[in-house]
Structure formats: C-alpha cells, structure tokens
Design a protein around this ligand. Sequence first.
Ligand code: PEP
Ligand code: MN
Length: 338
Amino acid sequence: MVIVMRKGSSNETVETIIKEIEALGFTAHVSEGETRTLIGAIGPAPTPEIREHLRAFNDVESVVAITKPFKLASREFKHDPSRISIGGVDTGDGHFVVAAGPCGVETREQTVEAAKIAKKHGARVLRGGAFKPRTSPYSFQGLGQQGLDILAEARELTDMPVVTEVTAPELVEVVGTTADMLQIGARNTQNFALLEEVGRIGKPVLFKRGMSTTLNEFLQAAEYILSQGNPNVILCERGIRTFETATRFTLDVSAVPVLKELSHLPVWVDPSHAAGRRSLVASLALAATAAGADGLIIEVHPHPEEAKSDAAQQLTEGEFGALMTQLQAVVEAMGKTL
Ligand code: PEP
Ligand code: MN
C-alpha cells in the first residue's frame, strides 16, 4: 500500500508513520514528490483494519492499496514519471538520452575512437562491454578489468558517463567502481541474486528485458532491484523471441507505451540487438522514439567489420551521424529534449 502524506507534513511526522508501518511488519520506501511525500509499505497484504488505523493519523491524507504484483515500479506507487541522473545526465520525464559505443571494449584505440564518434554526434553516455555474456564459451568474453580501465580513460577524455554490463553478483562491486550506470543484460533479467546485489548499490541500473520475459515478469524482476533500496532503474526493451527469423529478435515497440502506462520508471530501447544488422537499426530507433522511449542505447564501432562481437549490427560513424540528425526531429516532435 501507499501512504500519501498531507502537503507540507514534517520529516518528524513522516518518521512516525515509518516507525508505525515497520512495527506492523512492513518495509518503508519513501518517495518525495513535488508537493507530497509518499511512503510505500511493502510486506503482507494490508487488512482494512491496518489501512483504517493509518488513515487515522492527522498528517495522512490517504492510504491506497497497490493492486499490481509489482509495487515500487508501479504508477499506483508513484504517479509522476521518474527522472534519473546518469553521472549528471538526466533521463526520463521529458529528458531523452542516447548512449552509444561499441558492443565490447576491444582495445584502447577502438574504445576512445568510438567514444569520440559518439560524442561528436550527440550521444551523452558511452556504452561498451568489459564483461561480455556470450552464447558460446569460445567467443570473445571481454577484457574484464582491463576493459573497465579503458572505459574510465575514455570517460576522462570525452567527459561522458559510462554504462557497462555486470554479469555476476560478485562483480557488482568492481564494475560499480568504474561504471556510472550498471547494465543488466537480457540473459540475466531473472538472475535474482544479481538483481538484489545491484539493488544494494546506489548507481543507476540499465535493466534489459529478457528475450522471453513478459512485461509483467519484467516489472516484477525490476522490483528485486527497487526493493533493495535502489530507485534508479531504467527499463530497456531490446527485442524478444518470436517465430520471425528475418531479424535477430523482434523489437516489441508496444512494450514502450505499455511499460509507461504501468510504471513511472524511464523506458529505453536498444534497437541494435533487436535488429541484428545495421541497415535496420535507424528505423527501429526512430520507431522506438516515436513510441515514447526516454532513451536509446546504440552500438557504434569505428570499424564494425573488425569487431570481435556483434559486427553485423554496429553502426559506422556515417550511419550513426545520419541517424542522430533524423532523431533530433522525432525527439522534438515528442516534446522532449535530446
Ligand atoms: C549488450 O548490450 O551488449 C548485450 C549483450 O545486450 P543484451 O543483453 O540485450 O543481449
Ligand atoms: Mn552487442
């Protein structure tokens, strides 16, 4: 349930309510709205008596039951869209962000060059995998710590915050030391131990939808991160498995408006992994933006033909530049800023 405090209620009264709900066996999650403080009480199903008891406090305006299986992610908990800062770059609530960079960090030169291309054409966040979750154990697995060091250097040179994937709970601390935002990949959407671990560090999380995860399951998985106390979750659609084989995955464009209807969290789209080949990436990126996405994560490589992973889908500088020009118009038409 959500306890909506009256306008202007003091920190002290909020504390009193928190103590009260904790004594009743709930965990409290506070969300400061523009005018009101909301307290999410997560725990057992609240009885009518409990709700009545809480309503009786002077500074409590209302007590609302959350009917969805996901609580902290829901619009019932927080009606207004959330805005999240990625190392100083805001996304959500009208702020549109493009993250770009290579699939994997391969060399210092490749990463720095990709970062410069990304920045030159208007990306605000640098992507690049140091720990790569590969289908085959014989494929390039990423440079690990050395990859993180290269990303830190590229950030230094371009002044762009970095998003990079974390693939295991024991790596959260080390990846979190370098990353401005931690990425959870599609193969780990329901790796609950990993989700709880990223929930315990305050850094934003780019949370990808699994290729076979329903939106309801996806939002319940996001709840694992949120319920550990990390409110900075960005949901990311990246294509799902269908019977279609003409694309690598099928980009579920409807996921964008559905997620935005159900949740206050920012929604991003990854057109690169859905498309699987570069000729389709721009169309999917524009469609996702027109559908209401708050950001995009796009693979860009200085020499895609030499890439050690996802060579077919990474954009060249020319392709990325052309997309960013088209994107500007769509972002503006959506009433957002790039
Ligand atoms: C990636 O972004 O490099 C990646 C592996 O994506 P996904 O988890 O969506 O497949
Ligand atoms: Mn990739």
